[in-house]
Design a protein around this ligand. Structure first.
Ligand code: HEM
Ligand code: HEM
Length: 234
């Protein structure tokens, strides 16, 4: 860590990645709220009345399904950014250096002796959490969500394209449970993500928090990092 006077502004997150981030974050926030409402309605009409007048559950479901597709679109767009994005939008867990980076960053977070490098973009442990919770978790929540959505129409193309899932998971209740479980896992990710963003911003003094709005971080010595910026800001 250096003093403010030696800091240099570095462009890290392209506009397209920032747009992905905020669309993704917005959709997940709304999916979590509406999803947990569907699971266990935490408010509604105070007096018994026709559902027609308030229709809270109906709206929660409509909104959930709409943002379900926004979430799917955001992840497809993110995979496209792997192909066309700048170096900070890419990640390769097949490289050995990725896993040594995960180990050293883990030791750093546990306040153990470590050889963690200075990363301008995501550190490998953060990348691993994105792969697990957004990649794998996202895939599970989408597959199970589409099953729950189209299960009531078994005769249709969409209904039959998700029906195979009962062969793997047994029955529809298990698939609903898996959808719920992956939603909880994503909630845990969101909470720890906020902790790490704040921790990084505070301890490294590198403007991590504002970087997802501006695209820029601050760093001490660009020459000492392992990943230099290669593109202009947009
Ligand atoms: C981050 C993503 C998502 C989260 C956090 C989430 C969360 C939830 C939760 C907690 C429930 C209640 C489960 C229960 O009954 O116990 C639920 C239900 C449901 N979700 Fe999601 N979900 C997500 C994505 C999706 C997607 C992508 C779709 C499909 C487009 C989807 C479709 C559904 C459907 C159809 C139901 C059942 C609604 C009902 O029974 O009325 N979800 N979701
Ligand atoms: C529901 C809330 C949120 C979700 C689901 C979320 C999700 C994500 C994901 C998936 C990434 C990886 C980006 C990529 O390369 O594709 C990311 C990175 C990042 N997010 Fe969030 N985010 C949320 C809230 C926030 C908030 C409130 C901030 C603070 C302003 C923030 C700041 C950042 C930053 C700075 C990074 C890059 C950090 C790094 O790994 O170096 N996020 N977020």
């Amino acid at each position: 860590m250096g003093t403010g006077s030696t800091k240099k502004r570095v462009f890290v997150w392209e506009r397209s990645l920032r747009i992905f981030h905020w669309v993704n974050a917005l959709s997940i926030t709304i999916l979590l709220i509406t999803g947990f409402y569907i699971s266990s309605p935490f408010f509604g009409a105070r007096i018994p009345e026709e559902a027609y007048y308030s229709f809270v559950m109906g709206w929660a479901r409509y909104i959930h399904f709409f943002f379900g597709f926004v979430f799917i679109a955001s992840l497809i767009f993110r995979f496209y950014l792997f192909l066309v994005g700048n170096q900070y939008a890419k990640s390769n867990p097949l490289k050995a250096s990725f896993w040594t980076g995960v180990l050293e960053t883990g030791k750093h977070y546990l306040f153990m002796k470590n050889n963690k490098k200075h990363y301008v973009g995501h550190n490998p442990l953060a990348e691993l959490s994105y792969w697990i919770f957004m990649g794998l978790g996202g895939l599970i929540v989408i597959a199970t969500g589409l099953f729950l959505l189209f299960e009531p129409q078994p005769g249709t193309l969409l209904g039959s394209s998700v029906a195979w899932m009962t062969n793997i998971f047994g029955n529809s209740a298990n698939i609903r449970g898996l959808h719920f479980f992956s939603a909880v896992a994503i909630l845990v990710f969101v909470m720890t993500h906020h902790y790490f963003v704040l921790r990084e911003t505070w301890l490294e003094r590198n403007k991590t928090l504002s970087s997802m709005f501006t695209g820029y971080k601050e760093m001490d010595d660009p020459g000492g990092s392992d990943d230099e910026p290669k593109r202009k800001a947009n």
